[in-house]
Design a protein around this ligand. Structure first.
Ligand code: ZN
Length: 727
């Protein structure tokens, strides 16, 4: 460190012209103490320094850095705030206080502080010794995420990723795990690559200059420039889009939503694009709490029991109650005795297991399959409490549950004595998701057929009757026929949202059926000339004309879809890749494995595993990897039609191959510890993933061999395929 080193206070100036050369020996001494983890000694040393030195911003920064390392958040917070009071423009003070502001619900203020810190950075990454600023941006990103500002959080994570040298930095990891999270709606992942304008736009040079500032995280400066350009060219879609994006990066979600809405209504914007913008507006309005979701409560309700001894046999003999096979003692709360029994309450009698077994469920009709209303727990009399039933049930199904219980229990049951809200369920979830109760003998194809029928019924019949988001109290069905084009865009945006997050690839055409039913235009495949993978909206990936795309573009698109778990797109693109004779077996195998892991359809899962195995066998390779995958999938979703014993035998034939015996043991142990009777239920639809592979996915390091295209690094190809349970 010398007089011409950038000052450790973060000002960007050289030490000599900032804090002064006299801080150099002190800073070096403090750095040595910090390296040696002598934090208390460092703090004592700072306290003993003469005030003139102690109050230099670079010594303040060292104090904050030391307090951060001690984990004493209170002392850290107050030191950061004191430093900011003394040096209101110091970037380190600003970056350290910014996340505190966001956490204290002063989101815009915190983000604005951070912008001032980022603006002070002259180069691409903060200079030597300014780890505190990077840390401040990262903490702010996490605080933004916690506050529901997903777009802004991701934008801040990208700044950290840009600054940090290691590829597996925490920001990059957060971004990747968000992208891979199937429960995060695709619209939230669709937030990069949209800052562009036409090459012949008169403002192209200024646009690009502003866009590169935005890439460095200088969102406010970029926004000011884009807004100035917009004032001169008020009808330009590229400028409205840029303004919407910068506002969202700054966590000004309501203003961003407004810009996206303006953009959607602009002349010349194609309808499919307008609908995507409208969906962004909806997502941002939801995070700005500007739009309320009409959620329903999940209740914990208590019903009095008048006569425990009379009630129990009635509960046990009714086919609408299924006894839960659980260890009751594990359900004891605090020092209270556990429930005496636990049941699942169905809305109609359970299917006859013997009848289902006879034909695997082929003759079962959708309307016959019972839905689970909730779980109920029967408690006996305790010293200070009467006998009672405690149950978990949705508010809109409470009356139904109570009337069934009254029917079963008669005078042995009293009335409801207490209810409390456990959590809330959104209206879309309420309408489109359900829990079925099945006897174990149902075959996969019957289950999948009925699931598709039920989903069709719910989507086509029930969903249009739901009150729309932002549709001024109109149902989706009414809004679709409204004269106002915005109302129709809102319905189309809601359908796009459902479609882009739907995980059952076989249902693809049902969404266009819904559009047509509602008198709205169907969404068609993109024209090949409109395919631009650099700027494509993720919401459009499933409309890529897979058959017409050149090999490399197809593989690129597949990788993109895989990285954000766009299941419908993955399936279409993957099928096209597997069918092409011009693409080699190696890539096809990776594609099939990715597809098998991503799909929620059991049929498709086993189909992918079979085709992958055949490809490997055809080129003289061992099928063991595929057989192991198949075993894990079969065990996670037992089906009589798919006997496991034969599969294990086939795997045993390969037990001499490296890793095979160990993997087999791991799978068998993992599933063997589960009591087979616990598999009684089909995986429930409301788990998000309706069919097998749930356990498989939980173990999978998710698309470890992600890159399918030519760009895959050589060593990654060598590492071979992922084996179940290999983390
Ligand atoms: Zn300084």
């Amino acid at each position: 460190m010398d007089a011409y080193t950038p000052c450790p206070c973060g000002s960007g100036k050289k030490i000599k012209f900032c804090c002064g050369a006299e801080v150099i020996p002190e800073v070096e001494k403090l750095d040595r103490m910090l390296d040696g983890e002598q934090r208390r000694a460092a703090l004592e040393h700072i306290a003993r320094l003469p005030a003139k030195l102690r109050e230099k911003p670079s010594i303040w920064a060292k104090k904050i850095q030391t307090l951060l390392a001690t984990g004493d958040t209170e002392a850290y917070d107050s030191a950061a705030r004191e430093m900011l009071a003394a040096y209101p423009d110091n970037p380190i003070a600003l970056a350290c206080v910014a996340p505190l502001e966001v956490q204290a619900d002063r989101v815009r203020e915190g983000v604005a502080m951070l912008q001032r810190a980022i603006e002070s950075i002259q180069e691409e990454a903060p200079g030597f010794g300014i780890v505190l600023i990077t840390g401040g941006v990262l903490t702010t990103a996490n605080a933004l995420l916690a506050a529901g500002h997903v777009w802004a959080a991701r934008a801040h994570l990208r700044i950290v990723d840009l600054w940090m040298e290691s590829e597996d930095n925490p920001a990059a990891q957060s971004l990747i795990s968000m992208d891979r999270d199937p429960s995060l709606p695709l619209v939230w992942k669709d937030d990069s690559g949209h800052l562009y304008c036409a090459t012949d736009a008169p403002y192209k040079a200024e646009f690009d200059a502003a866009a590169s500032l935005s890439e460095l995280g200088k969102f406010q400066v970029a926004l000011d420039r884009f807004e100035a350009l917009l004032a001169q060219h008020p009808k330009e879609a590229a400028l409205w889009r840029a303004v919407a994006i910068e506002r969202a990066c700054l966590a000004d979600d309501a203003a961003a939503a407004e810009a996206f809405q303006k953009l959607a209504a602009l002349d010349g914007v194609p309808l499919d694009e307008a609908v995507e913008y409208e969906l962004h507006a909806i997502a941002l309005r939801l995070s700005a709490d500007d739009l309320t979701t009409d959620a329903v409560d999940l209740l914990g309700a208590t019903v009095a029991v008048n006569d425990f001894d009379a009630l129990l046999p009635r509960l046990l003999s009714d086919k609408r109650l299924i006894r839960l096979r659980v260890d009751l003692s594990s359900l004891a709360q605090e020092d209270r005795p556990p429930p005496r029994d636990a049941f699942r309450l169905l809305d109609r009698p359970a299917l006859d297991a013997a009848a289902v077994e006879a034909d695997g469920g082929a003759s079962v009709r959708r309307e016959d399959v019972p839905c689970v209303l909730g779980e109920l727990f029967l408690f006996g009399r305790e010293t200070d409490r009467d006998a009672r039933i405690e149950m978990e049930v949705r508010r809109d199904e409470l009356d139904k549950a109570l009337s069934i219980l009254a029917e079963i229990g008669g005078d042995a049951l009293g009335g409801i004595t207490d209810e409390r809200v456990l959590q809330q369920i959104g209206q879309t979830q309420r309408t489109l998701m359900w829990r079925w109760h099945w006897p174990p003998a149902v075959a996969t194809d019957a289950y999948e057929r009925l699931s598709r029928e039920e989903f069709r019924y719910r989507l086509l019949e029930k969903w249009p009757q739901m009150t729309g988001r932002g549709t001024e109290g109109k149902t989706y069905g009414e809004a679709a026929r409204d004269a106002d084009p915005r109302m129709r865009r809102l319905v189309l945006a809601a359908i796009l949202d459902l479609e882009s997050n739907h995980r059952e690839t076989e249902d693809a055409s049902v969404f266009n059926e819904l559009r047509t039913n509602l008198g709205l235009p169907a969404l068609n495949d993109l024209e090949p000339f409109r395919v631009d993978l650099d700027h494509i909206s993720l919401l459009r990936l499933s409309r890529l004309p897979a058959q017409l795309m050149p090999d490399e573009q197809l593989l690129m698109a597949f990788n993109l879809a895989a990285s954000v778990r766009a299941v419908a797109a993955l399936s279409r693109l993957g099928e096209a890749i597997v069918e092409r004779s011009s693409i080699d077996a190696d890539r096809k195998i990776r594609v099939l494995l990715s597809l098998a892991r991503a799909t929620s359809s059991i049929t498709q899962l086993f189909d992918c595993l079979r085709r992958g195995r055949e490809l490997d066998v055809a080129r003289g390779k061992s099928p063991a990897v595929w057989l192991l995958e198949e075993l894990a999938a079969s065990l996670s979703r037992p089906d009589k039609a798919r006997p496991v014993d034969a599969l294990i035998e086939r795997i045993m034939a390969h037990r001499q191959e490296p890793g095979v015996a160990q993997q087999l043991m791991r799978i068998l142990t993992a599933f063997g510890v589960i009591d087979p009777r616990a598999m009684y239920d089909m995986p429930s639809r409301d788990a998000g993933i309706s069919v097998g592979g749930v356990e498989l996915k939980a173990q999978a390091p998710a698309f470890s061999g992600e890159a399918v295209g030519a760009g895959a690094p050589a060593e990654e190809k060598k590492s071979g395929l992922w084996l179940p349970g290999m983390d």
